[in-house]
Design a protein around this ligand. Structure first.
Ligand code: UDP
Ligand code: MN
Length: 256
């Protein structure tokens, strides 16, 4: 049967979390043979995400791994200050290594953040990945898209403005790797210590992926099938004003 897509999604508690997860799950309901590994940035699994996943209809594994206080983003920090999702993705890698059988479970790992927009085609494109597949990502890096440059079916460079000299100057949403790379490179993991923008490059280097291994997808990287969309922070200023005006704000028992 066709390889399973192991989709690794870190998620954290914030006002837009459930909306992001609902939207993403509705995409995944259209994808065959997908196993969604959702890792909460929290001490333990929350009721909100537990209930959501149980009712989502998507095959899933629910994990939790807290980002330590020193590394954690504050609500009003600029979004680029600290790496995000590092310990969560590592928890998923541990789960994969401990729970999949390298001899019988063939599949693909895709690191898919909870606020991006994924077309159904992108899952078809990554499904058959020998080592590492790559494709353009829309609305990222201060450009309409970033993408690998392809000549004669091979990746020869990158259309990326920001830090173009990184070994793999692309967003996390722009590649997938065969799950066996995680068994062949048992120490490969993400790190909070890498410079900004280097999560993608360092994991691919640790997985021993070389430029010439990259398998271009999405019609030789000419199509945008995934978008680095971001959810706007909702202004909740009237919550406080509501308490002043009529003694109580919104009901915390109503899940949003
Ligand atoms: N994330 C997390 N903990 C945090 C902030 C973010 O686990 O404190 C997750 C988030 O839910 C997302 C991923 O890490 O799946 C990347 O974060 P975000 O989408 O905010 O990054 P950006 O859009 O800035 O690349
Ligand atoms: Mn994001």
């Amino acid at each position: 049967h066709s390889p399973t897509i192991y989709m690794v999604t870190p998620t954290h508690t914030h006002p837009e979390q459930k909306a992001n997860l609902v939207r993403l799950s509705h995409t995944l309901l259209h994808v065959k043979n997908i196993h969604w590994i959702v890792i909460e940035d929290s001490v333990s699994k929350t009721v909100l995400v537990s209930k959501f996943l149980q009712n989502s209809g998507v095959k899933n594994t629910h994990l939790a791994a807290l980002t330590p206080h020193e590394i954690k983003m504050k609500y009003n920090d600029p979004t680029w200050l600290k790496p995000k999702g590092v310990l969560q993705r590592n928890a998923a890698l541990r789960w994969i290594r401990e729970n999949l059988n390298p001899n019988t479970d063939n599949g693909v790992v895709y690191f898919a953040d909870d606020d991006n927009t994924y077309s159904l085609e992108i899952f078809q494109e990554m499904r058959n990945t020998k080592k590492a597949t790559v494709w353009p990502v829309g609305l990222v890096g201060g450009l309409r898209y970033e993408k690998p440059i392809v000549k004669d079916g091979k990746v020869t460079g990158w259309f990326t403005y920001w830090k173009p000299n990184r070994p793999f100057p692309m967003d996390m949403a722009g590649f997938a790797v065969n799950v066996n790379l995680f068994f062949n490179n048992p120490d490969a993991r993400f790190s909070n210590e890498v410079p900004r923008g280097f999560l993608e490059s360092t994991i691919l280097e640790q997985l021993n992926v070389k430029m010439e291994d990259l398998e271009p997808r999405a019609e030789n990287c000419s199509k945008v099938l995934v978008w680095h969309t971001r959810t706007e922070k909702t202004k909740l200023k009237n919550e406080q004003l509501m308490i002043k005006r009529q003694g109580q704000g919104s009901d915390p028992n109503i899940e949003v």
